[in-house]
Every structure is written in C-alpha cells, then in structure tokens.
Design a protein around this ligand. Structure first.
Ligand code: NCD
Ligand code: ZN
Ligand code: ZN
Length: 347
C-alpha cells in the first residue's frame, strides 16, 4: 500500500496547557485533527463554565488562519462540583464532557476528587443531560502497586458506576490494561475507551530495561507486554468502543530529565504517523479510519469530519526535540524513523 486516504481524525484526549504553550500546542493539534477534547488539568483547573469559556478564547487566539479545527471543552470534577454546574455546562453548548481525576493521581490533579461516592448527584445530572464522563481510571491508595492501579480502579469503582448509571456515557481514558479492555468490551455501548500511541508502541521493558527512559514515563504507567498486546488487538480491530485519544501531554525537557520526572508524553509532532506504525504492523490499515475518525464521533454523538487526510508511505525521521515556549521538549519516539507521513488532502 502506497497511500491511504481517510476522513480527518479527531483527538479525544489532549493537553494543550495554557499561555505561552498554546503557541505550539494549538497549531500542532490543528495540523492533524478536526476536533480535540481539551483536558482541563490547568493550575488552577477548569472547574466552571466561565473558566472554560475564557480558556476556549485563549486557545482560539492561536488557531492558524484558515483552519477550522475546534477545541471541545471539558470541566474538571472536584468534590465541590454541583448538578447545577453540569446543567449550566450542557446548556452552554461549549462543554462536551467532565473529567474525573482522583486527587493526586497524575499531573495537576491535586484538586481532583477525594471521594467518588460523593459525586452521585453529579453523575445523575450528567446522565440526564447527556454529558460524557471521562475517567482517569486509577486508584491512588498508597497500598496499591502503581502497576495495579488501573485494574483495582476497575474492580473497585468502574463496575459500580456503570451499573448505577446505565445511561451515562463513560470513557476509560488512556486505557492500559487487559482488564480495562475486557471491561469495556463486556459493558454496554455506553462504555468506551481511548488508547494512546505510547501504550500501543511500548511496554514497561521499553521504559526500564538497560536504563530508565523518562520520556516514556506517563500515567497510567506502561504495563507488561501482554497488556500492550490486548490494547493493540482492541485498537486495530475496528471495534466501535475503542478510539483515538493521544493524551499528548507536553512537559519541558528539564521537568522530565529530573530527579522527580513529570508524567506525560508529547505525541502531537506526528500522532497519525505513530498510530499508523502500529496498524501497519498488524496488517490492519483498513481499520485505522474507524479508530481515528469514526468511532469517537459516534460515541460523542457528533458527525464525522468531512475533510480528508492522506497518509503516504514515506520514511522520515521524527524530530529529536521540539521548541516549547522558552524551553524544549523531547517528543515520543524522538529521532526515530517512521514509515508514514500525513498530508492534508483538501475537501
Ligand atoms: C497528563 C498530563 O501531563 O497532564 N499526564 C500523563 O501522564 N498522562 C495527565 C493525565 O492524562 O493523566
Ligand atoms: Zn489521565
Ligand atoms: Zn491526559
């Protein structure tokens, strides 16, 4: 295969950050995607509609001329979120989902939820108005091993939430385990998962054997190879429940190459190219459009994009570094050879 044309993909999970960072992150998102679900873990977090609206405006200032890329905004759930916040968010038309971060689970999650059971009224309101619940699905219990935190979250909480709110649309964001894949497969059509390029391309050996590679450190942490295998099988199967969410999460090089490494991988330098590597290896390029361009809009009840993009078979080396405000960052698969290149194909 020399060339593959598909409907323009969307990214259902990205971190654009704020201020100076937007000059890099917004054009990068608009380059590859039609729409992006913008995660709200700023400091302070985006917990209210008016904050989301001004963040939306700051983002739009950086949208390249001529682009019709759209940021889809998200509210950050806290112990203080009310059903009124949810109704107001839905009525605005600006908000597409609400993000659950367990307090302390990941980058900028200090204001996250401390007691999931306290959110019953909020989940009921989300179910009623039709806002998607986006889960960072890990427990933070210090007694639970970091490699087990997703599986334990599923066992302790996810089954109960899905059962109690059967009409609530739930996404297990950046799924990393066989347990997560099986849970989603065996649930109703209201439960889905996003899958990142790093969790498809790598497992924990890639991060830890022969020395520790901080640029592969993200949360949930990379798992064993059989979990990676389960993710690859799900993503490349065409199954509607699995779709693209890069979780591209920029951190300056000094924050990664540090005594305490920040969690997150940047992949917006070549997101489709990185996913294409995996689909080609699996001889599943025919399912890339479902994963990247169709399954996500269907779950969010939005129309697919109408523009097209073309992936051409062409070997090229990914950049070793990317400018990031006054810093630089090291992107995913920095300097490595990839076999596909994405070009816009007009309408
Ligand atoms: C994300 C970030 O840097 O904001 N980091 C990560 O490791 N995935 C936060 C998140 O998605 O959990
Ligand atoms: Zn997360
Ligand atoms: Zn994320």
């Amino acid at each position: 295969m020399q060339e593959l044309t598909l409907l323009q993909p969307d990214d259902w999970h990205v971190h654009l950050r704020d201020e100076d960072a937007l000059a890099m992150t917004v054009p990068a998102a608009a380059h590859s995607f039609g729409r992006s679900i913008v995660m709200p873990n700023l400091v302070p977090p985006i917990t209210k509609l008016d904050q989301a609206r001004s963040y939306y405006n700051r983002i739009m200032e950086h949208r390249p001329a001529g682009s019709d890329w759209q940021p889809l905004m998200v509210l950050y759930l806290t112990d203080m979120t009310t059903p009124e916040d949810i109704r107001e968010a839905k009525d605005s038309g600006l908000i597409f989902g609400c993000k659950y971060y367990p307090a302390g689970a990941t980058t900028n999650s200090d204001s996250g939820v401390t007691n999931l059971h306290g959110l019953g009224d909020v989940f009921a309101a989300m179910q009623e108005v039709g806002l998607v619940l986006q889960l960072h699905g890990e427990v933070t219990d210090s007694a639970v091993d970091i490699f087990d935190r997703e599986a334990v979250f599923i066992e302790r909480y996810l089954g109960a939430i899905a059962e109690q709110f059967p009409q609530l649309k739930i996404i297990l964001e950046h799924v990393t385990t066989e347990q997560g894949i099986n849970f989603v497969r065996n649930s109703s059509a209201n439960v889905a998962a996003t899958i990142t390029p790093q969790h498809l391309l790598y497992n924990r050996n890639d991060m830890l054997v022969g020395g520790m590679r901080p640029h592969l450190f993200c949360l949930p942490i990379l798992k064993r190879d059989h979990h990676q295998r389960a993710l690859i099988d799900a993503a490349t199967s065409g199954d509607k429940k699995f779709f693209l969410g890069t979780d591209s999460a920029p951190h300056a090089r000094h924050a990664k190459e540090a005594e305490c490494c920040s969690a997150g991988c940047f992949s917006h330098h070549a997101p489709l190219e990185l996913y294409a590597e995996v689909f080609e290896q699996e001889d599943a390029m025919q399912h890339l459009e479902a994963f990247a361009s169709l399954n996500g809009p269907e779950f969010y009840q939005l129309p697919p994009n109408t523009k097209k993009v073309t992936l051409q078979q062409q070997e090229w080396n990914l950049p070793a570094t990317i400018n990031y405000g006054s810093d630089e960052l090291v992107p995913l698969a920095a300097g490595q050879l990839v076999r596909w290149r994405c070009v816009p194909a007009g309408v």
